[in-house]
Structure formats: structure tokens, C-alpha cells
Design a protein around this ligand. Sequence first.
Ligand SMILES: Nc1ncnc2c1ncn2[C@@H]1O[C@H](COP(=O)(O)OP(=O)(O)OP(=O)(O)O)[C@@H](O)[C@H]1O
Ligand SMILES: [Mg+2]
Length: 440
Amino acid sequence: MKSWRLWPQRLVGQVTLVLMLAVALEFIGSSILFENSRLYPDRENQIRRVAEQLAAATEILESSSPGERGVRAAVISNRATHLTWSVLPTLVDGGRAVENDYREELFDAEPSLRDRDLRVHADIDRALPRDTRLKVAVKLRDGSWMALSTKIRVAPWAVLLSGFGSAFTLGLGVIIAAALVLRNLSRPLRALAEAADKVGKGGQVRIAESGAGDLKLVAKAFNAMQDRIAGLLQARTEALAAVGHDLRTPLARLRLRAGFVTDPDAREALEADVDEMTSMLDSLLAYLGGQEDPEPRRRTDLAAIAMTVVDDAADAERPATYAGLDHLPVLARPLSVKRAISNIVENALHYGGDAALTLTRDGDTAVLAIEDNGPGIPEAELTHVLQPFHRLDDARARNTGGLGLGLTIVQQILQRENGTLVLKNRPRGGLRVEIRLPAL
Ligand SMILES: Nc1ncnc2c1ncn2[C@@H]1O[C@H](COP(=O)(O)OP(=O)(O)OP(=O)(O)O)[C@@H](O)[C@H]1O
Ligand SMILES: [Mg+2]
């Protein structure tokens, strides 16, 4: 299509051209059909024609000498009507109702035939469209016979129907063809809509800059817009990560200097604040740098990691327990997985007061459940808490540290490890968080 110079560049032009072609095609097709249906005159006309031919031929033959009659008959025959002359009758009248009807119709059409001896024989074709082979013999004044044989095409309904039918088929064909071409033309538009939808959901899609001229412009603008947005996001992320990173040094210094504060209460409070800020920075950096984690995937024992997290909590005298399989290997980044489990256990201990871990295997999937006996999360919030920086009012009101990144990071990690995260409220209160990873 591209190399065709007459093909319009803009979508409007292309659609108009397709419509024009469709209309032209329909016009040509129906003209042909119409011409075709005109080849079939109606029955009445055909009989009148036969009657007129009979009358004319009778007169011609009667005015010719017997010796010429055979040749004359042949000469006035034509493609549709065959005439012969003979001294003795060659035709026996059929005598049936059809034949009598034909005779009456011939008489009606040409009253001069009424006083003649007319023999009629009609044979209806067995095959469609059931034409009638009509033979008529007329006795001339001198007792010799002229015979005419022709075909009465009696298919007005069949022809009409097939005319309508073929007009309908033609119209349908043209519409389908035009629809296919238009569909093709609008393909870039659909691709654009799909891409816009994906981009709206946070993906990045490069669309082909092809199709009609104006669509090509839209595709170009769309791709450029994506590049700008991605660049902007990248710049912001880098700035945030740099600030986060640089804040660690003064924080480390602050922690050292806190050691010089003599009042033990003030020193402890100061150290707790610094720890909180450090962990907030850590999670911020984990969130921002999540995609670039250089740690390789390897065979990792999920049970061992879960037990380590529980032991760490127990060492800090916090109520965490572990039950279930002693070993369950998965292919994953161990540090990432440990961070994910810690984030959930941290939440369970913090918001629920306790954490019970259970590791089971469900077919090919390792299922680590972390349950607590706290208030759980309102059903409507279950998906929102996965959004970055989203915290429930309750958590915010407590004024405890935390940025609302814990579960976002878990989600991010599990996506990279081909795992899933399931959050549900337990029937008897508390939250149940499941980490599902493909088991080895
Ligand atoms: N086990 C739980 N029980 C009740 N609410 C919870 C539980 N876990 C998480 N939440 C709610 O979900 C919110 C989001 O949790 P998330 O771990 O993402 O962030 P955070 O704990 O507030 O901060 P961060 O983990 O970044 O320090 C929490 O603020 C809290 O309101
Ligand atoms: Mg948390």
C-alpha cells in the first residue's frame, strides 16, 4: 500500500477511497445483475412473441410456393425459434391441460390464429429452472404443416429470487471486503489504544510508527511522550536515591555522636530515632533500587531463611514462632527473600503483636504463611496497602516510624522471583499473609 502513489496519506482519504471503491463495485455488480435479469422476459411476452412469429411465418409460407417453403422456414428461424415445414403433420397434440392453456394463450395473443388447426406439445424440463420446450404445429390452408419449436423460460420467481439473492450476496461481499480493509486501516489505532492502556498501568510500550500519515504522527508523539515521562521518572528516582544515600553518612555520624550524650534517657531516645531514620532510609533505597539488585538467583532453602527471621525476632524477645517443613528449596535471591519475609514479620509483630510462620508445600509451590492475631486490614484496603507510601490511618496515628513501603517492597521482590503475595483477613481476626514461590 505504501508504494502506491495514489493511495491517500491521511486516514480520512483512505476511508473515503475504500468507501468509493465499495460503492463503485456494488454499482458495477448490480448493473451486471440487472442486465442479466433483463434477459428473461416474462411469460406473457414470450407467448405473444411466439404467437406473432406463428402468424407471420404462416403468412410467409402460405404466400410462398411449396418448393420454397422448406428453405423459407429455415431462413426465418432464429436462435430461439426453430421453424420447419412438412406436407404431413409431424406433431401430435399433447391434449393435456398445459397444452390447452398454451393454445388459448396463443389465440388470445394472436386472434388470427383462432380459425387454424393448432397442435401444441409442451414439455417441462425436469431440471431447474424448469423451462418449457414448446412445440406448435399449424395447418396451412393447403393442408401442409408448419412446425415451430421454442423454449418458454418460465423462471420469473426463481430468476427474481436469484437476482435478489445475488444482489444481497454481492452487497454483503462488498461490505465484508470494505470492513476488512477498514479494519486493517484502523489497526494502528487499536495498537495505540492498547499501548495507552498498558502505559496507563505503568508499563512501557514502543509502538510502530506506521499506517496513515496522521496516525503515524500520533504514534510518534506517543513514543516521544513515553520517553519524556520515563526520563523524568528516572531523574526523580536518581535524585531521591542520591539524597537517601547521602543522608546515611550524617546519620552514621549522628549515631556516633549520640554516644557522647551523658543523659542515658536522652541518649537512648536519640539512638532510637537515628535507628528509625536509618531503617526508613534503607527501605526507601530498597524500593528505589529494587530493580537493579545485582544479587544472583540460586538454590535457597526457604525454611532456613524463615527460621533465621524467627530466630532474629526471638533474640529481640518478640513473639515469633515457626512451624512446618524443615527444608524447602526454591530458586531465588536469598537476601531479597529474607527482606520480604522480615518486612511481613515486622508488620505482624508491629500491628498484630505476634507472628506465626508456617511453611508448607502445595504441589509445585512453596507456601509460607505469616499470621498474627491483630486487627487485620479492612477488606477495601487489602489491595491499597500494596501501593507505595500507603499506610492505614491507624498506623499513621500511632506515629510510629515507617514509610509505607514494606509491603510494596515485598510485592516488588516476589514479582522478580516469579512468586505471588496473598493478603487475607483470618476468620477469627488477624491478618494472614502468604508468600508463594515456585518450589524446586
Ligand atoms: N499485620 C498487619 N496487621 C494490620 N495492619 C497491617 C499489617 N501489615 C500491614 N498493615 C497495614 O498496612 C500498611 C502498609 O504496610 P507496609 O509494611 O507496607 O508499611 P508500613 O509498615 O507502614 O511501613 P514500612 O514497612 O515501610 O516501615 C501499614 O501501615 C498498616 O496500616
Ligand atoms: Mg511494614
